[in-house]
Write a protein that binds this ligand. Structure first.
Ligand SMILES: Nc1ncnc2c1ncn2[C@@H]1O[C@H](COP(=O)(O)OP(=O)(O)O)[C@@H](O)[C@H]1O
Ligand SMILES: [Mg+2]
Length: 306
């Protein structure tokens, strides 16, 4: 198995619009490691769907290369397509028949039997509702049935384009749990989203794009480390102004955070405690501040939306 299940180099695509040509994907290098969940993140209009369509051979790139499981797309796509499941557009399922019947129709078309249908329904937690008509399903159930449809062929890679879009918090949690379970079973999952908070918890690694370009990538920890200021601690003291002056005089940084202070540059939190105590300033609270991906996302995609 290659190290990366998806690899793009210099991927480029523009569209002709009424306002001239618009670049959707602008020289994108994307590397999705085998195993785990990869978050493909960026604001609306940043080129996520266009990229995914090119990766899956649904759209032709203007320039650049795509490799799926090491195979060149689109030239060698047929050799690996059987290993890839994807939910990109609203899947075309029949509204008037049951969820199970919909899957049976799809299973027949790829020579799979009803056992795989039952397994797929169980995997997405729809066994109990499989006998309901598709049109009676909630949005979250429809999304899960679409994922079940891709599981019929037991893919090694699952590509989900904004699967949490439009779902309520319970629906989002269901999709997250499902993705986690699939990844635990060895499926590599690529999940795109414009809302970091919805997927942050399930991602092992991320690529963050803006205007069709890669802004940051790597493990969640790496991205946090590379794009945020060094870690700060939040400190509560009786006299923040005096404490700030003292800390700054000793080479640390400090800035107000409400009635607290955010202090940076300390080798370890104990250094802050000691400096303050030496001058008779006793802190009543000291909390490390860990940046979350949300603030990183906002920081690096600033001005990158449409
Ligand atoms: N078929 C199309 N024709 C014209 N413009 C398109 C087409 N598809 C996407 N675009 C434009 O390309 C840019 C990227 O779109 P898209 O890939 O859908 O972004 P995302 O999925 O990140 O929201 C947007 O400006 C969008 O309007
Ligand atoms: Mg999209």
């Amino acid at each position: 198995m290659p190290e990366f299940v998806i690899e793009t180099r210099g991927l480029r695509k523009s569209f002709r619009t009424r306002h001239g040509r618009q670049t959707a994907v602008d020289g994108l290098d994307l590397a999705v490691p085998a195993g785990g969940v990869h978050g493909f993140l960026g604001p609306n209009g940043s080129g996520k769907t266009t990229t995914i369509r090119m990766v899956l051979g649904l759209a032709r790139a203007d320039a650049g290369t795509v490799r799926l499981f090491g195979a060149e797309v689109p030239k060698s796509l047929p050799s690996v397509l059987g290993r890839v499941g994807a939910v990109v557009e609203q899947p075309r399922l029949f509204p008037g028949i049951t969820g199970r019947r919909n899957l049976q129709v799809l299973a027949r078309s790829i020579n799979q039997d009803d056992r795989r249908v039952d397994a797929a329904l169980a995997a997405v937690g729809l066994t109990d509702r499989a006998g309901d008509r598709y049109k009676a399903y909630s949005l979250g159930m429809k999304q899960r049935l679409a994922i079940a449809a891709t599981l019929l062929k037991q893919p090694d890679l699952l590509v989900l384009d904004e699967p949490t879009n439009g779902l309520d918090p319970a629906g989002i949690r269901e999709i997250r749990d499902l993705i986690r379970a699939l990844a635990a079973d060895g499926t590599t999952v690529l999940i795109s989203s414009h809302i970091l908070a919805e997927v942050q918890q399930v991602c092992d690694s991320v690529s963050i794009i803006g205007r069709g370009r890669l802004l940051a990538g790597g493990s969640v920890a790496e991205v946090l480390r590379s794009t945020t200021r060094p870690s700060e601690v939040r400190v509560r003291v009786p006299d923040p102004a005096a404490a700030a002056e003292l800390l700054q005089g000793n080479g640390l940084t400090s800035r107000p955070d409400g009635e607290l202070l955010l202090v940076g540059g300390a080798a370890e939190p104990a250094q802050i405690t000691r400096l303050l105590a030496e001058r008779g300033i006793y802190l009543s609270e000291l909390t490390p501040v860990s940046a979350d991906l949300e603030s990183v996302f906002l920081q690096i995609t600033e001005g990158e939306g449409l």
